[in-house]
Design a protein around this ligand. Structure first.
Ligand SMILES: [Zn+2]
Length: 170
């Protein structure tokens, strides 16, 4: 049986055929040409490359709920720093983030109330103090012993209303 839910993906099939027709990136390699990795949120308002004036081939993009530095982000940054040309890391959460609007218990309770599902076996890593979380996450990257020496790490909050990134002095 064919399991591919074609009807739900028909717009993507169509758009990709257009993309293939106009494809410009055949010459790119997997090395980040601008040496940058961005850790940001899954929020659909953020176009990470556009925010920093870059294009395909320039930067590594790591995304998750809340732009948190998880073990998997560290794993990926280790690989990127040794093998894929990354020498600077920008951790970039954003304003109006659902993951910075409530504490962990409240998010679990919201899902329980609306869907009847108990998600408490997951740690969502939400925070009500976004700046403190960002500082912790930046220090987590800086202090991680397996990241390549000399990698620069900065934090900034992306404003979804203006597009500006506000670099933090830590
Ligand atoms: Zn977010």
């Amino acid at each position: 049986m064919n399991m591919f839910p074609r009807d739900q993906f028909s717009d993507i099939l169509f758009s990709n055929s257009q993309f293939v027709n106009d494809f410009q990136h055949s010459e790119l390699t997997g090395t980040a040409r601008k040496g940058l990795a961005i850790v940001t949120c899954m929020d659909s308002r953020i176009s990470p490359l556009a925010v920093v004036g870059m294009q395909a081939g320039d930067a590594k993009i790591l995304r998750n709920a809340g732009a948190r530095v998880t073990d998997d982000v560290l794993r990926t940054l280790v690989l990127a720093s040794y093998l894929l040309g990354v020498n600077r890391v920008l951790v970039m959460p954003h304003t109006d983030c659902r993951m910075a609007s409530a504490d962990e218990a409240t998010i679990h309770a919201t899902i329980q109330d609306q869907f009847g599902v108990d998600t408490r076996s997951l740690e969502f890593r939400v925070t009500k103090d976004q700046e403190a979380a960002l500082k912790t996450d930046i220090n987590r990257v800086r202090a991680y012993p397996l990241i390549r020496k000399g990698v620069s790490v900065a934090g900034a909050i992306y404003d979804v209303k203006t597009g500006k990134i506000d670099f933090k002095n830590f």
